[in-house]
Design a protein around this ligand. Structure first.
Ligand code: ADP
Length: 389
């Protein structure tokens, strides 16, 4: 069974084609700058990489260009059997993946009220793919679904209750497919059933979120109604005092769009360091003595540590801490720094395993009470599995 996984952004379309007979990715890539000058399509098909400059006026042309290359190189006459779509926000309604219908599409449009930067692009991607493949099932897999059942006390904000009810204002949480995937892999690494484990999963990438996983379920997570809350991120501010918003709007003469742009695109690691949102550049600048880059790096590791401490109490203990995503998987410094003050929980990092291994592995010592793991995430495979299910 061939499953095409699509992740549509406002000017990009990521794809991954899986042969689900053995769960292998046989082609992947991304069309970028859709609707803009100098659009391009980068593909890795059957191990061969290439990047082409193309004219891609809309997502329709981008999808067609992707399909042309898939059919010419790997699929030939074999059809695609189903399409799985990443959708950021499922609102209060969707606690599981669903077959896309008109009603589902309308809901995804509606939940743009919570994810204005993501849901419209996701819906556009689905409509484009449904026009190209009208006869195959399309499945929406929501970033929020894994957190759907977090307890009321973990998802309620301290605003008048009627308003929370009226507008669906509450913590939803994101990166759900990633947290679910790495928690399940951690259980496999520990040779124990996931339902018997207390795991804290740390997805640290451009976007960062931490999740308390108990009995295989999300019990709490650091992102909120939108992906702006929680740990500081590449360009997002993370949790701040809401009064900062009022003050900046007044003194910097910012309207709604201005403040949204500042908090989502100009804050976080980029805003603090003034160097970059890319953590590799922050590390280089920090090691070179740049104080603001050091501050940004320290704040990231401090925030992650704060959540781990908090979630150890949420779960009433912790068996495993898992690092994933670009920074979590690759930065030995971040993992070491985060774990350096977790000795009281029984965390003992193995410096050798932290520095030198690659891929999925245990990086704590054999006598560490809490097992620390690195698990590269695979959200696309998770979406393909959900589509099959
Ligand atoms: P996204 O949230 O966009 O999926 P990723 O999970 O790919 O992001 O993470 C991107 C981040 O990972 C960037 O800040 C990048 O600098 C960082 N990163 C990637 N490789 C390394 C590395 N070897 N060392 C430190 N940071 C890295």
């Amino acid at each position: 069974m061939f499953v095409l996984v699509l992740n549509a952004g406002s000017s990009s379309l990521k794809f991954n084609l899986f042969d689900m007979a053995n769960e292998t990715s046989i082609a992947e890539g991304i069309a970028e700058r859709i609707g803009l000058a100098e659009a391009n399509l980068a593909c890795s098909i059957a191990g061969e990489k290439r990047k082409e400059a193309l004219s891609l006026p809309s997502h329709r042309e981008a999808l067609q260009a992707i399909l042309d290359r898939l059919h010419a190189n790997v699929l030939h006459d074999t059809p695609i059997h189903a399409v799985g779509h990443r959708v950021v926000h499922g609102g209060p309604k969707y606690g599981d993946s669903v077959l896309v219908t008109n009603e589902v599409l309308q809901d995804i449009d509606h939940f743009a009220m919570y994810a204005p930067l993501h849901n419209p692009a996701n819906a556009l991607g689905i409509r484009t793919a449904m026009a190209a493949f009208p006869d195959v099932p399309h499945v929406a897999v929501f970033d929020t679904a894994f957190h759907h059942h977090i307890p009321d006390h973990a998802r309620t904000y301290g605003i008048p209750y009627e308003m929370s009810q009226k507008y669906g204002i509450r913590r939803y949480g994101f990166h759900g497919t990633s947290h679910a995937f790495v928690a399940a892999r951690t259980a496999i690494l520990l040779c124990r059933p996931l339902r018997s484990l207390k795991v804290i999963t740390c997805h640290i990438g451009n976007g960062t979120s931490i999740c308390a996983v108990g009995q295989g379920k999300s019990m709490d997570t650091s992102m909120g109604m939108t992906p702006l809350q929680g740990v500081i991120m590449g360009t997002r501010c993370g949790t701040i005092d809401p009064s900062v918003v009022e003050m900046l709007m007044e003194y910097e003469h910012l309207d709604y769009e201005g403040i949204t742009n500042l908090l989502n695109k100009k804050s976080g690691l980029l805003g603090i360091s003034g160097v970059s949102s890319d953590f590799r550049e922050i590390e280089l600048a920090a090691d070179g003595g740049n104080d603001r880059a050091r501050l940004a790096r320290d704040l990231l590791t401090y925030n992650v540590r704060q959540y781990i401490g908090a979630y150890a109490t949420v779960l009433d203990g912790v068996d495993a801490i898992t690092f994933t995503a670009g920074i979590g998987t690759h930065s030995t410094f971040v993992r070491a720094k985060v774990c350096s003050k977790l000795g009281f929980l029984g965390v003992k990092l193995d410096p050798e395993a932290n520095e030198h291994g690659t891929g999925e592995r245990i990086i704590s010592t054999p006598d560490s009470r809490v097992v620390v793991t690195v698990v590269p995430t695979n959200e696309e495979l998770m979406i393909a599995r959900e589509t099959v299910r």
